[in-house]
Each structure stands twice: as structure tokens, then as C-alpha cells.
Design a protein around this ligand. Structure first.
Ligand code: SAM
Length: 266
């Protein structure tokens, strides 16, 4: 699928839930969010059905994200459904890692290829502050479990304020180097103000090269993270929603007034 600017849109990011077991300060308000009703959230059959249509239109790469994808019940069943779709050659997940100890083995068996795990600090006290009460050891255990299960590569997503030379980021870099993990530095973004930049070590944030479509947990197809454009896949039908999103994909991101990474998936 080529858009108006000749970008080949072959990458679909799917947010499977708006729920999360952490409350990272830069992502979610402490008091929580208005959660979608269960009927608003796409079923696994709908997600797989949509992905099948996307694959028939040229999507080859799928990432499962959230909210926290591992808090959605039976997530490995969805992984299996997506990995069975013809044409999907790269199936990955972005997770905070806290539940990977429990799930890494079954995710791998279901067809997940690789994971990105979010880690902004290796200091347990700072981790508790950033995540508003998370336990850093759960993430370390999750990283070990992912490696042991054969999910490869395991990449680390590290949110930074301005630079990867910040003390906290430097410690995460050393941890990654010591443990043979790839690291990507994501500058803290502000959807509402339209503040975003290129992900160092990754491909995100570069409008010219953007090959992404995003499906929110409540079934809106978004052609751009930094835009209010969205197309309801239940209302429009899968094929039509894809066609409209591809046609509407802006040349460059501007801003997104909802400001909610936890629904769109970051
Ligand atoms: N719960 C999963 C996780 O923690 O990786 C997946 C969803 S989370 C929204 C996806 C990514 O978005 C994480 O790496 C997170 O750090 C990042 N993120 C969330 N809010 C952000 C912000 N304001 N600026 C930059 N990255 C952000």
C-alpha cells in the first residue's frame, strides 16, 4: 500500500487494551483513565480479521502493544491467530516486561518473534517513582525470561528527557551493553503539543520514512500518531477503513488532541 507520498505502509501496530498495570508518569494520569467498556474493545476475532485484510493489502509487519498487552486475558491466543495469517512475517510486542516471566514461553510457542521491553532506569527507587509503584525486579525477570524463551532480539525502549547522555539513560545503556541487549532511546513526547523526534536506534518519529498504521484498542485506524485523523473499522468496514487511512496519511505529524499513548500504543 503506497500513500500519497510514496511511502509503503507495511507496518501495523495494534493496541490490544487501554489497561495497564503500571502508571508511568509521562503516559498515564495517577488517578487512572476512563477505561473503555468491554463492548468498545475489539475482540480477538475482529483484530485478526482486520489484520488479515491488512495483510492482503501488503502489511507484513505487526506489533502488539497497549496499554499493557500482557494484561489482556488470553493474549497468546491472539498471537497465535496473528502468526497464522499469511503474509505476516514479523510479529513483535512492546511490553513493560513485568509479566513476561509468566508469559514469555507461551508467547514464543504461539509464534511471537521478538519483544521490545520498556526500561527507563535500573534504579529500583526511581523505577517505583516513574511507574508509580512498579517493581523493577519483575522487569529484570521478564528480560531474562524473554531471552531464555528465545524471543530475539530483545530490545529495550528507554524514554529520555533530552539526551541519551543523561545519567539515568547512561546506566540503562551500560546494563544493555553488559547483557547484550539492543537499546532505543525515545525522547519524551507530547502528543497534544506535537512534540516528537526521531527515535535513536529505531525508526519511529521520522515522518519521511513512516510506514505505519495504528489500530487502537477500540477499533480506530490511525494513519499518524501525531494527528487526530482516525477511521472506525467497525463503522466503515476493514477494507474501506484501510483505504481511507492510507489516502489520508499526512506528510508529517502535527498534534493529537487526545494525548493518550495508552490507547494508541506509543
Ligand atoms: N505497556 C507497554 C510498554 O510499557 O512498553 C506498551 C505500551 S507503551 C504506551 C509503549 C511505549 O510508549 C513505551 O516504550 C513507553 O515508554 C512509550 N511512551 C509512553 N508515553 C510516552 C511519551 N509521552 N513519550 C515517549 N514515549 C512514551
Amino acid at each position: 500500500m503506497f500513500d500519497r507520498f510514496n511511502r509503503n505502509l507495511n507496518y501495523l501496530r495494534i493496541s490490544v487494551t487501554d489497561r495497564c498495570n503500571l502508571r508511568c508518569t509521562y503516559c498515564m494520569p495517577e488517578e487512572g483513565i476512563r477505561l473503555f467498556n468491554h463492548s468498545e474493545i475489539l475482540t480477538y476475532n475482529e483484530i485478526a480479521g482486520f489484520t488479515k485484510v491488512a495483510a492482503s493489502n501488503g502489511v507484513t509487519k505487526v506489533r502488539i502493544t497497549g496499554g499493557e498487552p500482557l494484561v489482556r486475558k488470553g493474549i497468546s491466543a491472539l498471537v497465535r491467530m496473528l502468526s497464522d495469517i499469511e503474509g505476516i512475517t514479523d510479529l513483535s510486542m512492546t511490553t513493560n516486561g513485568t509479566l513476561l516471566k509468566q508469559f514469555a514461553g507461551e508467547l514464543k510457542a504461539a509464534g511471537l518473534k521478538r519483544v521490545n521491553i520498556s526500561l527507563d532506569t535500573i534504579d529500583p527507587v526511581k523505577f517505583k517513582e516513574i511507574t508509580r509503584n512498579g517493581n523493577l525486579n519483575d522487569v529484570f525477570d521478564g528480560i531474562t525470561a524473554a531471552i531464555d524463551a528465545g524471543l530475539s532480539p530483545v530490545k529495550i525502549n528507554c524514554v529520555i528527557s533530552k539526551s541519551k547522555e543523561e545519567e539515568e539513560a547512561k546506566r540503562v545503556t551500560k546494563y544493555c551493553n553488559d547483557n547484550n541487549l539492543e537499546i532505543r532511546y525515545i525522547r519524551q513526547m507530547d502528543l497534544v503539543r506535537g512534540h516528537f523526534s526521531v527515535v535513536e536506534g529505531g525508526t519511529g518519529g521520522n515522518c519521511e520514512l513512516c510506514n505505519r498504521l495504528r489500530l487502537t484498542s477500540n477499533g480506530k485506524l490511525k494513519p499518524c500518531l501525531f494527528s487526530n485523523l482516525e477511521f472506525d473499522i467497525r463503522e466503515l468496514g476493514y477494507e474501506k477503513a484501510i483505504q481511507m487511512a492510507v489516502e489520508a496519511k499526512p506528510e508529517c505529524g502535527t498534534q493529537n488532541d487526545t494525548g493518550s499513548f495508552y490507547n494508541i500504543g506509543g
